[in-house]
Write a protein that binds this ligand. Sequence first.
Ligand code: AMZ
Length: 283
Amino acid sequence: MTEPDDVVAHLDAWGGLGPDAGAGEPRGASRSEPGFLLYPAIDVRRGRVVRLLRGDAARETVFGTDPRTTAEDLVRRGAARLHVVDLDGAFGEGSGGGAMASILETVGPAVEVQVGGGLRDAAAVERVLALGAARAILGTTALVDPASVGRAIARHGPGRIAVALDVRGSMAVGDGWVGGASAVALDRAIAVLLDEGVHRFVVTAIERDGMLAGPDLDLLRRTRAVGAPEIVASGGIRSLDDLAAVADAGAVGAIVGRAIYAGGLDLAAAAAWARSWTGPASR
Ligand code: AMZ
């Protein structure tokens, strides 16, 4: 799959992170589970499996017409975990709840499925966890109402709630990343959410998402440096080397999307690497 020419430029526009953003890292990556946590991604929009470029709904590639079949296929190819996003929910355009439920029903018992997109109130979180999601991921809600994340953690436990920090420049943004989206300075968002008891942050480099352009390691180091205990890296990952690089930058896991659908990352090999990963010294 080749990308349109107009979208492969300007990947270095990440101002403000600074060359020494990783200095003074507070501690080693906190590990609640063994191995490296590899999450193949299934983004669902209008019932289909899609990848977007930098989250832009107008630049969509369809990789499947049945999310459940895609989930089964990824598990067959070696996935022990899945990251499933309801893009309709994330864009505030209704709900892909049916597809989520179908994925959870089919593979939820066998693999760890984390679900995000459109979980904007306590009932939505409750619903997705009751359907069998291992973890609910909160993006917009975490920015606009961090106290509600604290309440969700108090109710469900820190292991079942993660926050999506979708980062553009030095801001965490919500609302599907469109113009006028909710936005909070990244460092501030992390500080507030740590106070609310958040343990795991899924950090997406928006400018790299879907671009197969490599991960933003400075962003990961910076996020760790401000105290995020567990980071799952997302955006731009192409290869085993990229996975190793984000692990070395302190991420406990990573989300891979386009690379496993069209970018030549062998999921079975990546899953085997992830299982055997024991820390930066193991390479
Ligand atoms: O691609 C996008 N435009 C997009 C996307 N993938 N917008 C949001 N999301 C994802 C976030 C997170 O997993 O990375 O949706 C979830 C957040 O949804 P919400 O509804 O809680 O903001």
